[in-house]
Design a protein around this ligand. Structure first.
Ligand code: NDP
Length: 339
């Protein structure tokens, strides 16, 4: 049973050497007697920015636990049930949820597992558009941002797992949508593949406030926040009155010893801006509603979803660390097995 093991707690940026691959551990391919868990074969695993927090020993407000040194890292994935002690799942079912970064896992916390009912879409979609990032995009856009047709929407980290979906949902609602990303290739994807109205490379703009003014001369109604820091400051200056900021993530701040101060927060008062943080797992109860929205869009070709596919567990350390340098183009997944 090949596994990706966690080496030891980190401070700052994760490095590839904070994880290592082991082929030594042999898992008993048998559920213990009386277990109500499941034995699974992992098919596709998901690299998500939050996994960084699990590498820090410190307690992040109780939202996340942390990894155990020399144990497999865990995260979201799609898996096939090989054996089940739980009446909700049977052999052969496909599921998505929290699993181990290894070939086979025994999952005891089955409350976090969703049975995959719709198999006419690629299974990997349940790590992205139909999984946790999909719930995040729908919750943040529909529930937190309260969008209306014709409004102006700005999305940062727009070509990633969450951002590419938010932008397309906003376009389908009839909004004007601009995204930012960190390379020309990503900007081209936003404009020519995902149908954003416009996009720019934030790394090439020396004045983000001026850049946003260029794309939003009348101001921004909705900001879907994925990066924080300097970008957030520039956005606040460009928000319209009664604008909404859905705070999904602040990836530019995660690895800093001291997060950057945001200078323009006082403008929230004058501009009557609502700024709300949210967490995907508070919206699990909305999952079937979100599927009803997303599945028809996928089947009718109205939404495109791009994945960055790495083959094999060996690729996990580089793929995971790459999220923090923008190496991934689209949703980063690891294919462990095709069946
Ligand atoms: P992505 O697929 O977008 O991958 C991360 C991307 O972030 C990189 O590709 C890179 O793109 C960008 N990035 C990395 N470092 C920086 C930086 N210093 N400044 C600006 N951009 C940077 O990840 P996800 O779509 O999975 O996640 C997007 C955000 O949403 C993250 O902040 C994440 O933590 C958050 N999130 C929150 C959830 C919640 O429940 N609230 C759930 C899921 C995700 P580029 O090349 O464009 O710079």
């Amino acid at each position: 049973n090949k596994q990706v093991l966690f080496r030891n707690y980190i401070g700052g940026f994760p490095k590839e050497s904070d994880m290592y691959i082991s082929t030594e551990n042999t898992i008993r391919l048998k559920l213990p007697q009386g277990s109500n868990g499941v034995l699974v074969k992992n098919l596709v695993l998901s690299c998500d920015p939050f996994m960084l927090f699990l590498m820090h020993k410190s307690d992040h407000g109780g939202l996340f636990g942390c990894y155990t040194p020399d144990s497999p890292i865990t995260g979201y994935g799609v898996a096939k049930i090989l054996d089940s002690g739980n009446p909700k799942f049977k052999k052969g079912d496909l599921v998505w949820g929290i699993t181990g970064f290894e070939e086979y896992s025994i999952i005891t916390e089955t409350e976090s597992l969703f049975k995959i009912e719709h198999t006419d879409v690629p299974p990997s979609y349940y790590t992205g558009i139909l999984g946790m990032p999909g719930i995040t995009a729908c919750a943040g856009f529909y529930e937190v941002s309260t969008p209306k047709k014709g409004e102006t929407v700005f999305v940062s980290a727009a070509s990633g797992a969450v951002g590419q979906l938010v932008g397309q949902l906003a376009k389908l609602m009839g909004c004007y949508v601009v995204g930012s990303a960190g390379s020309k290739e990503k900007v081209d994807l936003l404009k020519y593949k995902f149908g954003f109205d416009d996009a720019f490379n934030y790394k090439e703009e020396h004045d983000l406030t001026a850049a946003l003014k260029r794309y939003f001369p009348e101001g921004i109604d909705i900001y879907f926040e994925n990066v924080g820091g300097e970008m957030l400051d520039a956005v606040i200056l460009n928000m319209r009155k009664h604008g909404r900021i859905a705070v999904c993530g602040m990836i530019s701040q995660y690895n800093l010893a001291e997060p950057e101060g945001v200078k323009n927060l006082m403008l929230l008062i004058d501009k009557r801006i609502t700024m709300q943080g949210f967490v995907s797992f508070d919206y699990h109860t909305h999952y079937s509603k979100f599927l009803d929205i997303l599945l028809p869009f996928i089947r009718e070709g109205k939404i495109i979803y791009i994945e960055d596919v790495a083959e094999g567990l060996d690729k996990t350390p580089a793929a995971l660390v790459g999220l923090f340098s923008g190496r991934n183009i689209g949703k980063q997944v690891i294919v462990v097995s095709r069946e």
